[in-house]
Design a protein around this ligand. Sequence first.
Ligand SMILES: O=C(O)CCC(=O)C(=O)O
Ligand SMILES: [Fe+2]
Length: 364
Amino acid sequence: MALKSMQIFGRISIAMPTSDKFESYPPLFRPNQTVDHGENPTNKLPKSASDYKLESQSDYVLPVIDFEHINPQNLSEVCREWGMFRLINHGVPDKLLKQLIDQANQLFSLSFESKQALFNSPLLYFWGTPALILAGNALQTDPHAQNHNWLEGLNVPLIKLSEFQCEDQLIQSFSSLLEEYGNHQTRLAKTIFNTMAEDLNFPPTKSESYLSPPTGFLRVYRYLRCPIAEQRWGIEEHTDSSVVTILHQDQVGGLQVYKDNKWLDVEPIHDTLIVNLGDMMQAMSNDEYVSAKHRVRVNMEQERISFGYFIFPGEGSVIESPKYKPFTFDDFRAQKELDLKTTGIKIGLPRFRIGDEQELPMED
Ligand SMILES: O=C(O)CCC(=O)C(=O)O
Ligand SMILES: [Fe+2]
């Protein structure tokens, strides 16, 4: 078998058979390679399986919202209680959902080197921790960082997709699917947001500037098989910074939501999407709605594909609600990036909530 020698991050060299099925993995995530992944005490998974299994299926079923018959009262309750729900009758064709997963699988199965060479703006390839990436601008994480998420992905700003042409047939076809999918996501996000805006009595000018379709972007993820799945996260616990996030996942599972002090599995159910509210929505609602805390587990046997759609307020739109100092999404993002750099964690809304400042870590 042909052997290929590779220099990883200028530090460690490994020999890898070219036909190795882990050739598609970023080197850091290949099994039996010599990088010491080390302990990760702060993010270590609890040992007890019951911690991440539903305690009682009947008490904790993720609420369902029927998009075709959206009931404002139901939606309002779910946004206040959970900040996450399952969306049915969403009108995104089943065929499109399947093709997206199939083609994403094909693309991610290419060798790591091909993926690095093939993907270019607006489909930016990354691996590791996406929280450190600016929307639309893939920034590589420190390869030696211990807290990297066990995934690779594509970051795709929708606004740049319509003019995109690529000679590679698979990428061209995938980007057309993403564009069609993105249009559906915008349609869904607008209706869901407008229903919430009515419940919260936003003035019409605020409603318009609080949700801006040109800011929408997609993340296509492949969570990788992980030999130390008990010690690593697909994505560690977080809240999204968006107004609204919409997720499409394959049948593998791994997404969990935090509710009433428990982590609950968000089971994959065919032909349903998962919607969660982000920090912007929580602030706009003056903390009446919840930005749902969630995380993704990895496993030893299977890769997992998911698609996230994220939408934000318009540029310069000032979020005003009694519990918060007025701020824009740009202010929020800049603060988040500063916090990540100086403290290693996202602090998020408490940075802007009146009265919370005293309790927060100081910036360097
Ligand atoms: O892959 C998933 O199911 C969730 C992804 C996620 O939480 C995120 O991208 O913020
Ligand atoms: Fe998320």
